[in-house]
Structures are given as structure tokens and as C-alpha cells.
Design a protein around this ligand. Sequence first.
Ligand code: S3P
Length: 173
Amino acid sequence: MTGRGQSIVLIGFMGAGKSSTGKALARKTGLPRLDTDEIVSTRFGLSVGEIFAAFGEEKFRDAETEALNQFFHETPAIIVTGGGIVLRAENVKKLRELGNVVSLEADEETLFRRISRRATRPLLQTQNPRGTLVELLRVREPLYHAAADVRLDTSRLTHDEVADAILKSIGKL
Ligand code: S3P
């Protein structure tokens, strides 16, 4: 008995492919998908950007932790997280209890290209989004690495390929 659940938990920076890979994994495994951003957004009845604007980042982080604490490790699921979930050690502890933690990664250029397709990320609405990305990555990369059981570079893979690589790495394919 390891005390850990059977969920597949996706962590990683904005643009790493967590949402799309989560959908592919849910389709392939038949497991339910739980997405912390979606849950928080539904709870407030607002987009993530609107929550940041109206209540600030700290309130969003509190709601994110609350959403996570409603997940039970007895119920396997595909768990998709927001890029900042690793900022709180208590979140990381909980994620590791839930199951296999997979860090989706990509090179800086790829992340920036993917993120730039949509202006929905409040943290990157700065004068110099590329500089902000570099700084956030510098702080967060060690946190993603420390939290992960498995690390996967998604830069040159489709979402389906990423999903298959994850299932293979945890012995489910
Ligand atoms: C955030 C990432 C976003 C969302 C919020 C904050 C972050 O999720 O939770 O904008 O701090 O990296 P995605 O990683 O799905 O973009």
C-alpha cells in the first residue's frame, strides 16, 4: 500500500499542453477529467482572467487549493491543473497522493508560441510577455521537476502522442 491513488495528474507551465492532453487521456482511458481551472471558473461564474482582475491572484490560488482538496484518491481520474498549482507545497503533496504526477514540458520558444495564440493568461498580460515567461519559468521549473514522477517533452509531439507516451510510461498501454 503506497498511500497513492491511481489518477493521472498533469502539471506544467502554461502552454505545455495540459488541457488538450487531459482531454485525450480521458477519451483513451474512459476516466473522468477534473480540471482545476474549469472548476474554479465555474465556481465564480467568471473566466480565470476575470477572477484575477476582480479578486486578485491570492483568491484564485485559494480557490484552486480548495478545488484540489475536493478530489479523492480513491476515485481515479485525469486531473488537469493550472500552471501555478506547484507554487504551494500543500498542493504538491495532495497531487502526489492522488496518483502519478506527470510534468508536461516544452522549450521556451514552443511555450511562447502556444501561449501567444490566445490572450487568456492574466499573468502574461505584461509589457514584456516573453520576459515574464522566462522569469516565471526560472522560478517554476525546479518545482515542476521536484513534483513529477514522469517528465515529458511535448515540443514535437501531438496531444495524442503525448497521451500515449504517458500511458506507456505508467504501464497502462
Ligand atoms: C496560471 C496558469 C493558468 C491559470 C492561471 C494561472 C499560472 O492555467 O491557472 O492563469 O500561474 O501559471 P494554464 O496553465 O492551464 O494556462
